[in-house]
Ligand binder design. Sequence first.
Ligand SMILES: [Ca+2]
Ligand SMILES: [Ca+2]
Ligand SMILES: [Ca+2]
Ligand SMILES: [Ca+2]
Length: 278
Amino acid sequence: IYRVEETAPVDAWVRVFTASTTLLAWTDTPESFTWKSTENDPVYFAVRQYSGFGGSFVAKAVDLGLDDFGDSPASATLVAMGSTTTGSFQFPNDWEFVSAPVVAGHVYRFVESSPSDVWVRLEDETGTVVTMQDTPESVLWKADGPGTARFGIGPYAGFDRAWQIELADLGPDDHADDRTGATPLAVGTAANGDLQFPGDPDYFKFTVTASNTYAFQCLTTGLATKVSVFSSGSTTALASGSGSAGVTFTVPGPGDYYLLVRAYNSGQTGTYTVLVRN
Ligand SMILES: [Ca+2]
Ligand SMILES: [Ca+2]
Ligand SMILES: [Ca+2]
Ligand SMILES: [Ca+2]
């Protein structure tokens, strides 16, 4: 990374060229330019007075060293899950990427925690971009398979400022996202759960031996939920409603039934308690 600058009071242009006279960069205000070179050959810079002539100039080129982190997912630095990584945006649009191992079914948190205003970008273990966002500068996400995820940040504007990436493994999703693996729930017994990432569906299962009427409720603090009940053979809900109010439904006969808990606003997360009563 290099900076070229003109530091005398004279108003001047600064321009940077390759050996083949391709213009890499130019600037009038400020009279400096910082960039990351992809050239192996010498580059050239030129200073020209903004208007008129007769002014004295002071120009210099400074080697600021190497970029501390790669600019693309392919050049990500491998770090430990659970680690905190710090670095610096050293030139305009200096993207930084780290990668870390993930396992299937675990929920992860990726946060940029410095005062810098940044973009955050997450690529999952398959290389699919999960999100590229400015606000919030944090992501909660569940990995579907084992592999390596890539976490990127880029400056929203400007450069020459520090950043900090924190990665955390929050453990497995507590309840399955589909009927396979649904958590058994005994009638009359409460169970606890956590909507751990945006859109986290949590499934429970209960088994009945005869037609009967039940009530299903989901209690929370400061989190609106919706609940649905399904028979094992149908994707059409027997009943749906607000978790706090609960739903009452009659099962048509013996068999397994499924209870689904979701956040009312899919972006919200939080803990809950569910109960099915006869
Ligand atoms: Ca970089
Ligand atoms: Ca950097
Ligand atoms: Ca969950
Ligand atoms: Ca779940």
